[in-house]
Design a protein around this ligand. Structure first.
Ligand code: 3HC
Length: 301
């Protein structure tokens, strides 16, 4: 079913090559999804060659897992692997029709990435952003062709969660939006058209929950108690586990954006800030029953 407000699907342009900017957690998962569902060449880039290698390695390993689970044949696995490549040079995007960025969650960095891409790709190439909370319109303001910029926001783990928030920015044209929605359909995702507002819809609600439960921990309630108290809500996963899954730095950035936009509603947890500043991989340790607890090192931060 076409989302309400979506343009005519006939306006969608074909996508025969995909670019992914970044080779981190989200970018690598996106590369896997695109190659698996679109079966077109997918190239991912990062400034750091080691990260590129790790990103491509992740996609290959996940393809092997799909083969191991009998979800794809060995021919298919080989074909998919051959379609994925990596580079430190964005000029490999010259013939791409659809490039999605999943770089660090900072406006200036994302604007710079799009400005660089404009020098490389054709004017009709869609420039999509996987931003979690930043303004898609602002990302496009300085571009020569802001009409081909669209928000395309996925959720972690990308292979499992069915939703994509699609954001029509101020200048996004119908062809771009139709192309993004057609891609979303081929990816077998459920697309919702959302307003270009801080945190869109999902993060606006989810980060409120996470910022509140972190505030509870800041105020001295042991993490394991807070975690157990939430169990009756039937969430798919403890918010503390989710924090590790999404990554504390990402959560902090989204939280800060939402705090700036809605200071009366969003707090920023001291524990979360200290955790990210200290570069610790996680706030909590896990006991043998899989429950979280604040370890001594973290408590002393
Ligand atoms: N990566 C890839 N695949 C994963 C995975 C991961 N981290 N975790 C689970 N899976 C896969 C498993 O391999 C399995 O696949 P299979 O069916 O092919 O074998 C399938 O998911 C189910 O695995 P489990 O039985 O272990 O999974 P559960 O039923 O316990 O569900 C979950 C795991 C899907 C992660 C579920 O707990 C969940 O939905 N958690 C909430 C996640 C969430 O809220 N994400 C949104 C985060 S916000 C975000 O990303 C936005 C950003 O902007 C901040």
């Amino acid at each position: 079913k076409r989302p309400a407000g979506a343009p005519d699907s006939d306006l969608a342009r074909p996508v025969t090559k995909v670019g992914v900017v970044g080779a981190g957690l989200m970018a690598s998962q996106l590369a896997l999804l695109y190659v698996r569902r679109l079966e077109v060449p997918v190239v991912l880039t990062d400034l750091d060659a080691e990260r590129v290698e790790r990103g491509v390695g992740y996609v290959h390993a996940e393809i092997d897992k799909l083969l191991g689970k009998g979800r794809i044949s060995s021919d298919q696995a080989n074909r998919l692997k051959a379609l994925v490549s990596g580079s430190t040079d964005k000029s490999v995007f010259a013939d791409a029709d659809f490039v999605i960025e999943a770089v660090f969650e900072e406006m200036k960095i994302k604007q710079q990435v799009f400005a660089e891409l404009e020098e490389i790709v054709e004017p009709t190439c869609v420039l999509a952003t996987n931003t979690s909370s930043l303004s898609v319109s602002e990302m496009a303001t300085e571009l020569r062709h802001p009409e081909r910029v669209v928000g395309f926001h996925f959720f972690n783990p990308v292979a499992v969660l069915p939703l994509v928030e699609v954001v029509r920015a101020e200048r996004t044209d119908d062809e771009t939006l139709a192309t993004a929605l057609a891609v979303g359909k081929t990816l077998k995702k459920s697309c919702v058209l959302v307003k270009d507002a801080p945190g869109f819809v999902v993060n606006r609600v989810l980060i409120r929950l996470m910022s509140e439960i972190n505030a509870v921990a800041d105020e001295g309630t042991p993490v394991e108690v807070a975690d157990r108290a939430l169990a009756p809500l039937g969430l798919p996963m403890s918010p503390f586990v989710l924090l590790q899954l999404v990554g504390p730095a990402v959560v902090l950035h989204v939280n800060e954006t939402l705090h700036e936009a809605f200071p009366d509603r969003f707090t920023v947890s001291d524990n979360l800030r200290r955790l990210v500043d200290a570069g610790k991989p996680g706030l909590w340790s896990w006991n043998e029953q899989g429950q979280p607890y604040l370890d001594d090192d973290t408590a002393a931060l």
